[in-house]
Design a protein around this ligand. Structure first.
Ligand code: DGL
Length: 279
């Protein structure tokens, strides 16, 4: 009986949420790195962006989403949004009796491991930069480092407009990254869900000697270890026909599907709209 309970817990899905479509860059890494896991994804497309909202508002939204995800009996939760990780993770962790992981700590850890000259740049939304959360985590892990933060608010709409390879994005990136280049950073954290999608533009402009850290990739790695340690890693692939990846949004499901299919090549067969204010 105990064994049966354990097995069914391992097969339970992982809840992943973001302010919108950006968290799909994290979901995509989870699909690649731990392919046996099922995912319930929620994108708060009606209330995006979180990046210019207050800590209280982002925390309230995040708690509603966690309540929604728990109705799907998820075994763990990934806060796939940097802004929500920065503003709400501590409180969500305190209230949660299941494992919960954000994207900031894994990104910070990786940056401390790769920097050689101790100069780390962080690009993110205004809320994430303002929270100083990357600085706090990095400083806890490594003493002699200097962190240079830069909010890049225009990157999110540029990515959502599909301008991934475009002279306009190049120009904006040049302006945003100029001061980080002057600071002589050797490591740059892509501290927002959308930035891995313009990684090649950012990499070209910041220079090849700067190592880019993708928190989405690092989070999937840490999630795997966390599940393994907790005895929750699903060792068997779900059977054929299992509804492995389910997507929910708070605004138009159709619009979400179009964008999502450009990020996730595994195919997003359907998405459903939920009224998140009910949770
Ligand atoms: N998902 C957000 C983040 O990673 C970016 C979009 C937003 O501002 O909501 O910070």
């Amino acid at each position: 009986m105990e064994q049966e309970k354990e097995d069914s817990l391992k097969k339970a899905p992982i809840g992943v949420f973001d302010s919108g479509v950006g968290g799909l860059t994290v979901a995509r890494e989870i699909m690649r790195q731990i392919p046996n896991e099922s995912i319930i994804y929620f994108g708060d497309t009606a209330r995006v962006p979180y990046g210019n909202k207050s800590k209280d508002t982002v925390t309230k939204f995040s708690k509603q989403i966690v309540r929604f995800l728990r109705t799907h009996d998820v075994k763990a939760i990934v806060v796939a949004c940097n802004t929500a990780s920065a503003c709400a993770l501590d409180e969500l962790e305190r209230e949660s009796d299941i494992p919960i992981i954000g994207v900031v700590r894994p990104g910070a850890r990786a940056a401390t491991e790769v920097t050689r000259n101790g100069k780390i740049g962080v690009i993110a939304t205004e809320a994430t930069i303002g929270s100083q959360i990357y600085n706090q985590y990095i400083k806890k892990l490594k003493k002699n480092v200097t962190i240079y933060g830069k909010a890049c608010p225009l990157f999110v709409p540029l990515v959502e407009e599909g301008l991934w390879q475009d002279p306009v994005t190049d120009e904006i990136a040049k302006r945003y990254l100029a001061e980080l280049i002057d600071c002589g950073i050797d490591t740059l954290i892509l501290g927002c869900t959308h930035y891995p999608l313009i990684r090649s533009t950012i990499g070209r402009i910041i220079g090849e000697e700067v190592t880019l850290v993708n928190p989405a990739y690092e989070t999937a790695r840490e999630l795997r270890s966390m599940l393994k340690e907790a005895g929750l890693l699903n060792e068997e692939a779900p059977g054929l026909g299992a509804n492995k990846y389910q997507f929910y949004v708070s605004d138009s499901a159709e619009k979400f599907k179009q964008f999502a299919n450009s990020i996730i090549k595994y195919g997003i067969l359907s998405a459903k709209t939920v009224n998140i204010e009910d949770y």
